[in-house]
Design a protein around this ligand. Structure first.
Ligand SMILES: Nc1ncnc2c1ncn2[C@@H]1O[C@H](COP(=O)(O)OP(=O)(O)OP(=O)(O)O)[C@@H](O)[C@H]1O
Ligand SMILES: [Mg+2]
Length: 587
């Protein structure tokens, strides 16, 4: 008797659910996509308990006849493809016939549907087993209710975050799906609250404006370009609008929200000269191509795709953004180097070494270590030093500024060499450590804003705010709700400038969405204060007078970790006298 057995269908479905249904937001995504595939013009989403207790998605799409309503819960049952060649050109979101059986295997499902006749069908399932099929009234369309998600999958249930966090994920996914479908009306409710209501919008631009709020939408520039069979449409932020995370870089391929390393790289390349390092634009890019040019069947949650011509996609995105942003491309071909090379060689870091300042009697290691799983500042500095030529100790107690270079760098003389200081990174480090010290000291001194600032927020931002209001307060930000879609801020840390407070708050909210409180309070506070410090620090391309330069350098030397900014980027580079003398053949 052999030992290999074919798994029972329900066990197979639970295994598939492990891949397809990671959390309540994945269920919402699958149900939304089914509604869109059914040609809905209106979709209503309601959740309770972060979706773990209940998710209900109602659409006015095609609906199903009784037999199809039952078949929909069979594995590999789909109306969307028939034969293998169909897989090569998928025009719908769904194609596997996996979502409904997977979801049903780990929850209680009630599906009510009608194709528009006098009555419809209701199917009830529990843990994947059909309990009842009965006639039931329903207008044309489908309503699916998913309750007690993961009730029979304790391992999964254990990984669920707080209801507020799960609701944030749901809001984010619903918003993303809605962005790609301006012609469809969406509502999202959580418990008794309506989190979002998006009426039919005439085009992408109008839909994105509904999502980001009118004021930010004004800073978005239309992007449009075609090449070969590819078409890119979208919106991209002017250089004045940027974020501290890449969370607002939204990419859609044939209407499907995806993450793609290559496209993200193209975006970064286009903005390289426009944004400070470590800052990210807001983009909504809708890329359309013949379905046979893209393989959507490469990721269990369809979050990634594979392009037939990845290089062409990359170039299209980059070129389109450069055009839209009006960035002049460098004329490499006009430049020649003395050796006659057509293209200048990239200046390497050769000859420059990173050193540690060594202030006697002070233990700097771990003083402002970055908690959680991020590398500590020291580790980063070590890595950096390794990359750039080995850590060397030097005495920088008496670092004196000589001049400013390109309005961005302070050139300073150290007893044993020349030091180049990135003024923004240095100032950021100084402010960050001060804010951190104030926080540790039990209270960040605050200033009351003369004019409180209001900010229009989306559902994800509002939920993130609600989950972390006390953290903001502990760090010196007094923020309160002001109606359903607006926050009002009237107090900020004294160390920060009172200008551009709305933008700062927006950036803090982005951090709160990305870094969750239960996943590490220290890390969250680190991120928030690093963002605040970045916001307040002098920028590059900003002329500094001698006293200001001296103040920044002196303050920097007083910090525990002068080598890197709070985001881990280098603050100073050093050219030692020894190296100079070798380069000039004096040695
Ligand atoms: N809201 C809906 N309205 C009409 N038909 C639906 C709806 N939801 C599901 N169906 C039908 O049920 C079938 C099974 O849905 P399911 O989501 O499991 O698979 P799929 O969408 O075909 O593929 P995938 O697993 O890739 O999502 C669909 O092919 C469709 O015919
Ligand atoms: Mg589906």
């Amino acid at each position: 008797m052999g030992t290999i057995r074919i798994l029972e269908p329900n066990v197979a479905n639970q295994i598939a659910a492990g891949e397809v249904v990671e959390r309540p937001a994945s269920v919402v995504k699958e149900l939304l996509e089914n509604a869109l595939d059914a040609g809905a013009s209106r979709v209503e989403i309601a959740v309770d308990g972060g979706g773990a207790d209940r998710i209900r998605v109602a659409d006015d799409g095609s609906g199903m006849e009784r037999d199809d309503a039952l078949l929909a819960f069979e594995r590999h049952a789909t109306s969307k493809i028939h034969v293998a060649p169909d897989l090569r050109a998928i025009h719908t979101y769904g194609f596997r016939g996996e979502a409904l059986p997977s979801i049903a295997s780990v929850s209680r499902v009630t599906l009510t549907t009608s194709t528009g006749g006098t009555h419809g069908t209701r199917v009830r399932l529990r843990a994947g087993k059909v309990l009842a099929v009965e006639p039931a009234p329903h207008p044309r369309g489908t309503t699916i209710e998913v309750e007690a998600l993961f009730h029979n999958a304790p391992a999964r249930r254990k990984f669920l975050r707080s209801p507020a966090t799960e609701t944030t994920h749901i809001a984010a996914i619903a918003t993303r799906v809605a962005a790609a479908h301006p012609g469809i009306a969406f509502t999202l409710r959580s418990g008794e609250r309506e989190l979002s209501r998006l009426g039919v919008a005439p085009d992408y631009r109008a839909r994105v404006a509904q999502i980001v709020g009118r004021s930010e939408a004004e800073a978005l520039i239309p992007v449009e370009r075609r090449a070969g069979g590819l078409r890119l449409l979208g919106l991209a932020s002017a250089p004045s609008l940027h974020r501290s995370t890449a969370g607002d870089e939204h990419l859609f391929v044939n209407g499907r929200p995806v993450r793609d390393r290559r496209i993200l790289h193209a975006v970064q390349a286009a903005y390289a000269t426009l944004l400070p390092r470590g800052r990210y634009p807001v983009v909504y890019l809708f890329l359309d191509m013949p379905p046979e040019d893209v393989d959507v069947n490469v990721h269990p949650a369809k979050a990634e795709v594979r392009f037939l011509r990845p290089g062409a996609v990359h170039d299209l995105v980059r070129e389109a953004l450069l055009d839209a942003l009006g960035v002049a491309r460098p004329f490499y071909r006009l430049e020649t180097t003395p050796s006659g090379l057509a293209e200048p060689e990239a200046p390497g870091p050769s000859g420059l070494a990173v050193g540690y300042t060594s202030v006697p009697g002070r233990d700097r290691v771990g003083a402002v270590g970055v908690p959680g799983d991020l590398p500590s500042d020291r580790e980063r500095a070590d890595a950096l030093a390794g990359r750039m030529g080995g850590p060397e100790l030097f005495d920088a107690v008496s670092l004196s500024p000589l001049a400013q270079f390109r309005d961005s760098y302070i050139l300073a003389s150290a007893p044993d060499g020349l030091v180049i200081v990135d003024q923004h990174a240095a100032h950021e480090r100084v402010l960050y450590e001060r804010l951190m010290a104030q926080r540790r000291g039990g209270g960040v001194p605050v200033q009351k804003l003369l004019f409180p600032v209001t900010l229009e927020v989306g559902p994800a931002e509002r939920l993130a705010f609600e989950g972390s209001r006390e953290d903001l307060a502990a760090l010196g930000f007094s923020v309160a709700p002001f109606g359903e879609n607006t926050l009002i801020i009237d107090e900020i840390p004294s160390l920060l400038p009172a200008g551009a407070v709305a933008r700062l708050l927006r950036e803090l909210l982005a951090e709160l969405i990305e870094w969750r409180r239960p996943e590490g309070l220290e890390r969250l506070h680190h991120r928030l204060l690093a963002t605040a410090a970045c916001h307040a620090a002098v920028t590059a391309n900003h002329p500094l007078d001698a006293p200001r330069m001296r103040a920044i350098v002196t303050d920097l030397l007083g910090t525990a970790m002068p080598m890197t900014c709070p985001h881990g980027r280098p603050v100073l580079l050093r050219l030692s006298i020894d190296q100079l003398e070798r380069e000039f053949h004096r040695k």
